[in-house]
Structure formats: C-alpha cells, structure tokens
Design a protein. Structure first.
Length: 291
C-alpha cells in the first residue's frame, strides 16, 4: 500500500511523541539560522487536553516545515506564535498557518488573534505586516538571577497561595484591571488552577482581596504573570510587597532565576522590576489580527 505524503496544514488537538520530535527539530533548525526566543512551552505542548485544536502543523512532502501554537481559544482573543523552516519562507507557509488559526478562532467565537514574535525577527515582523496585522504593544522579558537584590519589605498583607475558592476574587481583580468579562476571566482562572503549570497567589488587606499574580512553569523556568493590584490600593507599596513575597516563595522551593514580562511603555512597573534587580533579556512584539 502506497502512503500518501503529508502536504499542507494539519490541525492537532494533541501531539504525538513523533510530532513533538519533529517540532523540536524544526525549532533547532530555526534557532541555528537565527537565535531567537520562540516562546514555546514544551511541557504544555506535550499535555494538551484535546479539547481544542491549539496546534497547526504544515508539511511539504512529508517534512514538517511550519508550526503554529496558540492559547486562548474560546475567549475574546487568542495568542499565538510560530516558526517556518528557513528554506521554506516566503512561500506562503506562515500565511496558511495563520489563516487556519483564524478559522479556529472563528469556530470558537474568538474575535482576535494576537501574533507574538521576538522583536529581533525582521522576517516575522514583515510577515505580520503583510498579513495586515496591526502592532498592538511590545513587552520586555526580564530576568532576576540573584534574589538577594530584592529590597526588604514590611509585611502588611495576608499573602498566600490561592485555592479554587479564591478564583472568583482573583478573576474580579483581573477583569477590573483590563475591563474584561468577569465571569469569563473567573472561569479562565479556575481552569488554569487545574494545570500543574500554574500557581496563583492572592493578597488581602483586612480580609479584602486587593492583589494577585500567578507563577507559571515554562520549560522549568518560573515566570510571574497576571500581577495586578486593585487601582484603589495602588501607590501604597503593596505591589512591592506582593512581588517580594512571591519571589521569596519561588526560590524557597528551589533556588532559580525568576522571569516576568512588562509592557515597554509601563515605566512605573519597569522601574519597580529594575529596583529588584531584574534585567531585560528579550523584547517581544504583539500584532493583532481580526479573526
């Protein structure tokens, strides 16, 4: 029996070990061509639930030459990133992957697809522009190697690891911060809490929730995300305390670098992180496409 070689884009709800190996090989080839941060969470790729087609693979004559991965399907916007073999660029591969991703977004009532790239990738940015995507914002990736630089703080808050019972309060704080749908955000938090890669924290003052953040395990590294202090409680040093105590909890479990991301135009947050000893490692650009 003759086997027909794989051609074009394939939607994947889960990835086999063989497909993960193909993706890793493609990533090695791309990074040998240009050492960029591809922003792929290999642990998460290996443990997809199978509920949505979050990954797209593109083949030419049975060879994997393009890959796209996204998260957030079913919400207002999904975020995705991808790569194309250097020898197959400018041949419509990435465009085909993005169009397939937009189709998945429409199927799940997701209004926008956010394309994420390393700022150093001229090819990716040119492709985003050719697709008609609009630059939305940019973020610095920052790294803290030595937590001893963290300034001493007065502990005024009840700060602890969150449980599922805290999901509504956390969702409310996050939704208020970016004018999101509170119910949707709460559900997203509750879903994330079921993942071994997420740990949420909540800070309360006189039993009133005032701040939150979560720590994600990305390829064995600890990343701080979703760091929010309620607007009416800002300017009082609570954010500094929350950050310091989260870092202390991370390194108490295992001495390691700590990472976070901050918008390039968020000067107050950037100044706070620099005061803790965080240094910029990479800058990412985010481009928005209507689904």
């Amino acid at each position: 029996m003759t086997t027909v070689p794989k051609q074009g884009a394939y939607k994947k709800w889960t990835l086999t070990d063989a497909e993960l190996a193909e993706i890793r090989q493609l990533a090695r080839i791309c990074q040998e061509h240009q050492p960029l941060d591809l922003r792929l969470n290999w642990d998460a790729l290996a443990l997809r639930s199978g509920n949505k087609a979050n990954e797209l693979l593109y083949y030419r004559d049975d060879r994997l030459v393009g890959f796209f991965s996204m998260d957030g399907l079913g919400f207002d916007e999904a975020e995705g990133t991808g790569m194309v073999h250097p020898k197959y660029r400018r041949q419509g591969v990435f465009r085909a992957l993005v169009e397939a991703a937009r189709g998945e977004c429409r199927q799940h009532n997701t209004e926008s697809l956010i394309l994420l790239f390393d700022h150093r990738s001229d090819a990716a940015i040119a492709c985003a522009n050719a697709l008609g995507a609009q630059h939305d914002f940019s973020e610095h990736n920052m790294r803290l190697d030595d937590p001893s630089h963290v300034p001493p703080i007065e502990q005024r808050l009840d700060f602890h690891r969150a449980s599922p019972q805290d999901a509504p309060a956390i969702g409310m704080i996050l939704a208020q911060d970016f004018n999101g749908d509170a119910v949707q955000v709460q559900q997203n938090v509750a879903n994330n809490m079921q993942s071994p890669f997420y740990q949420y924290y909540i800070a309360t003052l006189d039993r009133e929730p005032i701040g939150t953040l979560n720590v994600q395990n990305l390829g064995g590294d600890a990343y701080i995300y979703g760091f929010v202090v309620r607007p009416d409680q800002r300017g009082r040093g609570y954010g500094k305390e929350i950050l310091a105590r989260a870092i202390a909890d991370i390194v108490a479990a295992r001495p390691q670098p700590v990472f976070l991301e901050v918008e390039t135009e968020n000067d107050p947050a950037f100044g706070l992180y620099r005061s803790f000893g965080f240094q910029v490692t990479t800058t990412y650009d985010y481009y928005r496409l209507a689904a």
